[in-house]
Design a protein around this ligand. Sequence first.
Ligand code: AMP
Length: 283
Amino acid sequence: MLPVIVHSVNELRAMLPENKHVALTPTMGALHEGHLSLVRHGRQLADINVVSVYVNPLQFGPHEDFSTYPRELEADCARLENIADIVFAPNDAELYPLPQTVTITLPPLADELCGRSRPGFFQGVATVVCKLLNCVRPQTAIFGKKDFQQLFLVQLMVAQLNFPTKIAAMPILREADGLAMSSRNAYLTSDERQRAVLLPNALRTAAAAITAGEKPTTAAATVRQQLQADGFVVDYVECRNATTLTSTASGDIVLLVAATLGQTRLIDNIEIRCPNAAKRELA
Ligand code: AMP
């Protein structure tokens, strides 16, 4: 069965009885298998499986790709056949009937990593996630580790603002050659698409080196050099504590990268189990 498309919050709420397990997967659409893996997880958990499709203007900077971001609601619904029950696709007037003067304030981490080159991005994400959680009131909301910093900040917001929703974190789905699936991969030219695989390759090599004893800072510097040599414009390559996203040298590590290839900003990350504390100097 195809999912029912719902545009209004009132209509949506009328379809969601309180005694049912509702799962929500928030997306911006242009769905790929990475998204669908999240939605399939929702299918397993929930009586009513909801996917939101909304390109959130609040999280785009003035020179970013808001106007060109792919919008393909009908095709998305077809992709969700037999997996989702409801597609919540509000328009801007429904979600932002007034100028959004009330927003979520996040800790300084929101201005680091992706937040450094995308000021206001995580505030926009947190605000729309807060609204979507309030509209759908799901027992479970499902997010991907592809956007590791986003997942971390959403978990923090949900915990600190006492949302009753449980956050499920799902692994990164990759193309056969290792490139992390992303709606923005569609922007890559065929030449860029071939070269894009150098990014996950560099991450995997660095992770193996760290596991074998290389200092994380050295491994991150090598990734940066490799990507630059391969024609990427590197935004950041950083090792962080995988649990706290701080530069604190204890616990497992996540190596995070953002880099632009041509016109396309790619992000990716890899988690590294790190049993030997002596090797974990991160900054
Ligand atoms: P987006 O539509 O890009 O906002 O993504 C919606 C959700 O799908 C977010 O929680 C993302 O982290 C997740 N997601 C996007 N790409 C992938 C992927 N390749 N693997 C797993 N989750 C993903």
